[in-house]
Write a protein that binds this ligand. Structure first.
Ligand SMILES: [Zn+2]
Length: 183
């Protein structure tokens, strides 16, 4: 459900989702949208006032994300990019072979909301062509992340335990990547 509050003459739109959370959670995502999840016991009136109280935080977060758009220049030529993706894909596959996984199919596609995805049923890993704006370290993290989904399908602690084996510094990299605006 979309809702809106007005703070100092500015409209703040947010997406309200009813979830089994304790009270209210609020997040501003790099797509510049405000997501609020609230328990269904909490009234919309209360949620509106909660969002208003967080208005300064929200507007700041949106500004920060706006300033973190892609650097204008891709970091590689198309050939270099494809070559790096393919070689990293193979390197990571060789690391994951011991888990007796089938070699996934690699696809590249421009995506708006994520860096990669893993269809573990069909054995397809899709990587975002916008990774051409990312560092090699970031690209490798995304590839390891998607391969790890072949073993653990959610983002649980178990999942990140696998990621951490191959990218010990994944928390820092993930944090950096979350700041990049993917539009
Ligand atoms: Zn994931």
């Amino acid at each position: 459900m979309k809702r809106e509050v007005i703070y100092k003459g500015k409209n703040i739109e947010y997406i309200l989702e009813r979830k089994r959370v304790k009270n209210i959670n609020l997040r501003v995502k790099p797509d510049l949208k405000v997501y609020v999840s609230a328990n269904k016991r909490v009234s919309v009136k209360y949620i509106d006032s909660f969002v208003l109280k967080k208005a300064d935080f929200i507007l700041n977060a949106i500004d920060t994300f706006k300033n973190n758009t892609f650097s204008s220049e891709p970091k590689y030529s198309n050939e270099e990019f494809i070559e790096y993706i393919n070689s990293e894909f193979l390197r990571v596959y060789n690391l994951f072979k011991k888990y007796e996984i089938e070699k996934p199919v690699l696809k590249l596609r421009k995506m708006k909301s994520r860096w990669g995805s893993c269809n573990f049923v069909k054995g397809i890993i899709t990587l975002n062509t916008n990774l051409i704006y990312c560092t090699k370290e970031q690209i490798s993290y995304v590839i390891v992340h998607e391969f790890s989904h072949l073993l653990v399908h959610n983002h649980s602690k178990d999942f990140y335990n696998v990621v951490e084996i191959y990218v010990p510094d994944y928390k820092r990299i993930r944090k950096e990547m979350n700041k990049i605006n993917l539009r």
